[in-house]
Write a protein that binds this ligand. Structure first.
Ligand code: ATP
Length: 234
């Protein structure tokens, strides 16, 4: 469904990604794990057309989308939940959701809203509250819900566990699994390798801008390098 082939990208003169290749099949949850600064966010930004690649291709549903404008990529069915959420804090929950749906028409909007409120009942309860008044976990839920409001085929999540208590992280990961059950394919970027690999089918490990390991999630959880570098185990 989504394939990144030989992606080289960066900022100005600084190259961050070196020949990154990965693929996400329909219906999968795929993890991209790596430490701070490994290039995970840059990979997602390249897919969304926010960062223009130096070289390489990004193919979505058989179409080359490399370098297309972001709004077109969103309309084609890709959505990004950014690191740090980037909500509109002075707007209500409802208005934040509406912002996510800028590319969908009226009748579709109502269906999407209903689906999102089914997945996140707490957002329905809080629909008239300002986003800034929500707890950290609720804000992350709202960021994911807003990402779903563009009706994506592939939802990409950038470190949804960041800054959340372990109990809340578990709840967020459960929701990510439920979203996959609903038919949305997921690319999950995480520093927290354990929780990410536990819910995914396959994973890639990114180190200083290069994919150094890939495989089934269970295999990666058993891998000695992953255990030592990312799980704090010997
Ligand atoms: P994090 O967990 O911190 O988000 P990451 O794996 O997502 O890490 P990136 O955010 O992609 O990593 O950053 C990769 C490298 O690119 C880092 O060295 C970072 O300093 C650099 N970088 C990121 N954004 C920019 C930018 N806008 N301009 C210049 N360099 C940048």
């Amino acid at each position: 469904m989504l394939e990144i082939r030989g992606l080289n990208a960066g900022y100005g003169e600084v190259q961050v990604l070196w020949d990154v290749s990965l693929r996400v099949e329909k219906g999968e949850i795929v993890s991209l794990i790596g430490a701070n600064g490994a290039g995970k966010t840059t990979t997602l930004r390249s897919v969304m057309g926010i960062v223009k690649p130096f070289r390489g291709e990004i193919v979505f549903n058989g179409r080359d989308i490399t370098g297309l404008p972001t709004h077109r990529i969103v309309r084609m069915g890709l959505s990004l939940v950014p690191e740090g959420r980037h909500l509109f804090p002075k707007m209500t929950v409802m208005d934040n959701l509406r912002m996510g749906a800028y590319a969908v028409d009226g009748s579709k909007y109502r269906d999407l809203l209903e689906r999102v409120f089914q997945i996140f009942p707490v957002l329905k309860e809080r629909k008239d509250q300002l986003a800034s008044t929500l707890s950290g976990g609720e804000q992350q839920m709202l960021a994911i819900a807003r990402g779903l409001m563009s009706d994506p085929q592939v939802l990409m999540l950038d470190e949804p566990s960041l800054g959340l208590a372990p109990k809340i992280v578990k709840r967020v990961m459960k929701v990510v699994s439920e979203i996959r059950e609903e038919g949305v394919t997921i690319l999950l970027v995480e520093q927290n390798a354990k929780i990410s690999l536990e819910i995914s089918d396959r994973g890639y490990v990114l180190e200083t801008g290069r994919v150094v390991l890939e495989g089934g999630s269970e295999e990666l959880l058993r891998n000695e390098h992953v255990r030592r570098a990312y799980l704090g185990l010997m």
